[in-house]
Design a protein around this ligand. Structure first.
Ligand SMILES: Cc1cc2nc3c(=O)[nH]c(=O)nc-3n(C[C@H](O)[C@H](O)[C@H](O)COP(=O)(O)OP(=O)(O)OC[C@H]3O[C@@H](n4cnc5c(N)ncnc54)[C@H](O)[C@@H]3O)c2cc1C
Length: 89
């Protein structure tokens, strides 16, 4: 098996860190900030969207969809709350 190329043999610039945090979701940026405050040279790596699951696909979009669905359902039940007349457009 041929030897694995190293960063040096591949002529890639390298940099050393005291701490490398993988993932910039809920947890990553806070840990990175703490490491940085402690004086550690810190890298934060994110492969997809900064903010992670909660902001991009989890909590926030879910709440938006649920709230939109609730609003539509409430509008559909309008006749239960008051007389509803079709408006001409
Ligand atoms: C549909 C849904 C609804 C939710 N609703 C709520 C809610 O209402 N309230 C609540 O408290 N929690 C909710 N959660 C849970 C919440 O989203 C998670 O608890 C939280 O996001 C976890 O944070 P984390 O930093 O551990 O991981 P994540 O936010 O998932 O972040 C991990 C990050 O690491 C990155 N990553 C992974 N592997 C690598 C790699 N090899 N290299 C580089 N980057 C990498 C990912 O791209 C991602 O950005 C919900 C989750 C989902 C799926």
């Amino acid at each position: 098996m041929p030897p694995r190329p190293t960063a040096a043999s591949a002529n890639i610039d390298t940099e050393n860190f005291d701490a490398i945090i993988v993932g910039a979701g809920q947890a990553g940026p806070g840990i990175a900030a703490r490491c940085s405050r402690e004086g550690l040279k810190t890298a934060l790596i994110e492969r997809h969207h900064f903010g992670g699951t909660c902001v991009n696909v989890g909590c926030v979009p879910t709440k938006t969809l649920v709230d939109s669905a609730r609003s539509v359902r409430l509008a559909q039940r309008g006749a239960e709350f008051a007389r509803v007349r079709q408006l001409r457009t």
